[in-house]
Design a protein around this ligand. Sequence first.
Ligand SMILES: NC(=O)c1ccc[n+]([C@@H]2O[C@H](COP(=O)([O-])OP(=O)(O)OC[C@H]3O[C@@H](n4cnc5c(N)ncnc54)[C@H](O)[C@@H]3O)[C@@H](O)[C@H]2O)c1
Length: 445
Amino acid sequence: MQVGIIGTGYVGIVTGSCLSEMGHLVTCFDVDQKKIDIYSSGKSAIYEPGLEEILQKNIAAKRLSFTTNIENLIENSELIFLCVGTPPLSDGSADLSQVESAVRNIAEHTPAGSYKIIVEKSTVPVGTHKRLKTITKLYNKGKSKFDFVVNSEFLKEGSAVYDFLNPDRIVIGLETQKAREKMMELYQNFETQKVLVDPSSAEIIKYASNSFLALKISFINMVADLCEKAGGDIEKVADGIGFDKRIGRAFLNAGVGYGGSCFPKDVKAFINVLDESSVDSSMLKSTDQFNANRYKKIIETLEEELWILKNKDIAVWGLAFKAETDDIRESPSIKIVSDLLAKQVNIRLYDPKARENFEALFPAGKQISYFNNPMDALKNTEALIILTDWKEFSEIQPEKIYNQMKLPVIVDGRNIFKESTMKELGFRYFPIGKGEMLEYMRNSK
Ligand SMILES: NC(=O)c1ccc[n+]([C@@H]2O[C@H](COP(=O)([O-])OP(=O)(O)OC[C@H]3O[C@@H](n4cnc5c(N)ncnc54)[C@H](O)[C@@H]3O)[C@@H](O)[C@H]2O)c1
């Protein structure tokens, strides 16, 4: 099928590349000429495992192309996916100006007499499809026929290509038989469960899913705090809870709180949607508030151990909001580094992929240094903070870490090392959610 993608950010480029991998003819459009140039040359503008390979393969096979000419895209597409950003406004609601601008652009450039299906892939509040419908009709002056489909995306950065090609389910909100046939044809090679619903339900499903996952993370972080205070091991507690099939073990890893471009903004936007509909949103407000304060735990632990942080040399491993991505949007590292800066700490930073993005926010200077490998960042430091669970960190031998540091203090926001080993080696090791417990249980990981 002929598919158009509007917006080649994380979701757009993965959607476009994967649909071309499935044999569709895909044209991608973005207002950012720089991005289009990078993708046209077969390079990826983001780090995402497996992306560059399928990008190059499908460009070579002439199934995937890029343009800044909207007419070109419209001409080449039966289905047009909206993959533009929906960032938060200051009140937490979703800024829909990119969506409005994209759909207006489509409406104005669609030739009279043609039929197009506009597919919402961006995450938007319930009812947005109705707005899109009226704005399209207005700007197209009723010359063409449009159908609207809601097909929210559930991929996770870091495994986005895999997730897109192997989804747990595909949610499709639609209103017409024709749109249904086209969407079923588009996804015919996906053997997964397809959840066909009305557009409003589809819009609610996306926000509700992300809010539920965020709630699960905040819940396990609350239980982790109890483990630390009352005695207990959060990993074993999470196993005990999560192996119940009704609950599930996923998203029960305690840590420094959720970040990224989706959970924080989607929880806030869903609160806004609930409030506007006069539905009690207090449960989600607590989740949001709990998570907003979560990062403070790291600094508090450090101050408890080192007392005054001023002029101390502290390494931070991991700047991306999660492993296997270069995305730092809403990453806990941003708040933690800001706090360390305010406390006049000398900060030594390392991340395998996110350095460039982080450096744009926090340029190297008197207090901030960047390093090309984790061991150099550690040299002579008085503490190490671990904020992302990159595999390369857990593969480093703790003895080497010990020898490289001035003081063997680690605050591990991701629980990547075995506590008993670290203690045996002489570390002052502070993981998340590990309270006093019997020694033989500690060693049984
Ligand atoms: N990133 C994720 O993990 C993820 C997962 C699922 C859903 N989503 C949702 O998908 C949407 C896109 O997210 P993202 O992370 O890819 O955003 P992004 O900010 O990375 O990308 C948005 C892209 O749209 C382009 N753009 C903006 N206005 C445009 C316009 N009028 N016409 C054409 N292009 C335009 C921008 O230049 C940018 O390249 C959001 O609604 C987000 O909530 C994101």
